[in-house]
Design a protein around this ligand. Structure first.
Ligand code: ATP
Length: 347
């Protein structure tokens, strides 16, 4: 059980895991602070589940070390680590009631009945399962089953909670609701959570920090706002944000020295601010990729960049104007519903 002298800090150093020729996780250094909610984010196959399984002790690294609470657990098996894991595919015992399923880890440890009842009552209240305790898993919806799996993990009171896409089987509304519950739960239980997802909305809304992985390699770690505002590279820039950031090929046209810095996008000069100017100064051959969030572009007939509208997507609360430049680069502009919107085919 989680004891008070434990705080759930996790440290990975040089962790590598190979499967044959595939390097699922490459030389991963990662620190998770005590009571932190850290989201491991990345596309399918990027190695996030493998990283999580190694923290859990369900898989062992080929190289590197893992510490929990300052203790080297690299070779400690899962059941001897003070962690609880919730997977996308929750395995409930079909012949047991919901109550029995939830209290299973406690029965296993011979926790007295009164204590078990209290733990089950609390977990089922938090996850709104009170009315379902006598049912069996077959009599539950997918979302309810997922909540039972969460409850079963909660009653253990682990110092570290590991979650692998635990909301992916829920419908949109329930997912949103459970997302908020999980945030609240983490705060109340004061545990460390490492949460794996490919859903950037989950990452942005839930994580104290986000760790973005691609092809087994950690790209960036930081608070959601930092990762959004200052992505470390083009991949992170394009992965976080919906609609995605516009990434346009450009060239440095002039750098500072009295005047401002400008870049050339498809032959048109655009003056840029200091942050882009600093980046422009660092390119060796003058080629750049300019990233512009859809909410930072404005449709202006006298603006520097021409693009022809291919489609206008209306989402009710806003519109996304998708357009193509003359060189065929795709551009998305976010437009408020009250603002005038161009028609398809208009330039
Ligand atoms: P997803 O979101 O699709 O679950 P992921 O980011 O969690 O993906 P991992 O499951 O960690 O990715 O897999 C990383 C890479 O390692 C993939 O290329 C995968 O095919 C490979 N891999 C994972 N587990 C094994 C295994 N047991 N045997 C062989 N290859 C594996």
């Amino acid at each position: 059980m989680g004891s008070s002298d434990r705080n759930g800090a996790i440290q990975l150093r040089g962790v590598t895991r190979r499967f044959g020729d595939v390097v699922a996780v490459r030389d991963l250094d990662l620190d998770v602070a005590e009571r932190e909610f850290l989201v491991l984010l990345g596309p399918s196959g990027c190695g996030k589940s493998t990283a999580l399984r190694m923290i859990a002790g369900l898989d062992l690294p080929d190289e590197g070390t893992i510490e929990i609470d300052g203790e080297d657990v690299t070779d400690v098996v899962a059941r001897d680590r003070d962690v609880a894991m919730v997977f996308q595919s929750y395995a409930l015992y079909p012949h047991m009631t919901v109550r029995r399923n939830i209290e299973f880890p406690l029965r296993n440890r011979k926790v007295p009945k009164a204590e078990r009842d209290e733990a089950v009552a609390e977990a089922s209240r938090i996850l709104a399962l009170d009315q379902l305790l006598d049912r069996r898993p077959a009599q539950l919806s997918g979302g309810q089953r997922q909540r039972v799996a969460l409850a079963r993990a909660i009653v253990r009171r682990p110092t570290v909670f590991l979650m692998d896409e635990p909301l992916s089987n829920l419908d949109a509304k329930l997912r949103e609701q459970t997302r908020a519950e999980l945030i609240d739960l983490q705060r109340r239980l004061e545990t460390t959570v490492v949460y794996v997802t490919h859903d950037q909305v989950e990452a942005m809304t839930m994580g104290h920090r986000i760790a973005v992985m691609v092809d087994g390699v950690l790209q960036q770690v930081g608070p959601p706002g930092d990762v959004y505002d200052r992505p470390a590279n083009v991949f992170v820039a394009g992965f976080i944000g919906n609609p995605p950031m516009n990434l346009l090929d450009a060239r440095v046209a002039s750098t500072g020295d009295g005047g401002g810095t400008s870049v050339e996008i498809e032959g048109e000069r655009v003056e840029v601010g200091s942050r882009l100017a600093a980046a422009a100064a660092r390119t060796s051959n003058g080629d750049l990729v300019v990233g512009i969030r859809p909410e930072h572009l404005r449709i202006d007939p006298s603006g520097p960049l021409a693009a022809t509208v291919t489609v206008v997507e209306s989402l009710g609360h806003e519109r996304h104007v998708v357009a193509a430049t003359s060189a065929g680069q795709s551009v998305i502009v976010r437009v408020g519903v009250e603002d005038p919107s161009p028609a398809d085919g208009e330039t």
